[in-house]
Design a protein around this ligand. Sequence first.
Ligand SMILES: [Zn+2]
Length: 194
Amino acid sequence: MSRPKFKTEYQRKINTLNVYIETLKKNNTYNQYDVPIAYFKIIIATLKIEEEYTVEFAEENKQINKYLEPLPDFKPGTMKDDIINIFKMFYNKYHYVRNNIETSDSINCVFAKKKGKKPIFKPKKGEVCHECNGVYSNIYHVPDNIWEFVTGFKHGEGTLCMPCFMKKADKKRIRLWWQCEEGRMIMEYPEKKI
Ligand SMILES: [Zn+2]
C-alpha cells in the first residue's frame, strides 16, 4: 500500500491531525478527550487560513505550520498516549503554536475570515469620509453638478468615501456609471473653474 501523497505540507499535517481526532473520538467514552479534539480542530482551521494567507502570516510572524513539528503520521501501534503527548506539547502556553493561534487575530485578514467577513480595507493615509468617518484612499471624480445634487455640499466641498456617495446617490434615485483607471496615490487637486 502506497502512502497517500499530499499537495502541500499543510494538507499532510491536516490529514495527520484528522486521524488523531478520529482516533481520540473512538476512545472518548468519558469525554476525556474533548479538549484535545477541540484544540486539534482549531489547529486545522488555523492551518487552512495560513495556507491561504502565507504572506500575511509570515509578515506578522504568526506562522504555525513551521512550528508544528514533529507531527508524526499515525501508524498502527501509535497509542492514544502518544497523541495526547503531542497535544500537550502544542497546547503548552509557551509554545509558538499555541501563542500564534491565540494572537493571529491581529492579522486583519484572519480576523475577518474568522468573523466570516471580507477583509476590511484600512488605508493609513487618505481622506476622512464625512458620513461614516472611514478613511479612504481611492480617488474618484464627480462632476460638480452631480456632487452638489447628491451631497448637498456646494462648490465641490466635502469628502465622502465611494460607498457613502453611492448610497446617497441611490437615495436620490441617481444611477451612477463608474470608470476605473490606474492612478497615483497622491491627491491632485484640479484648478477650480469659475
Ligand atoms: Zn463613508
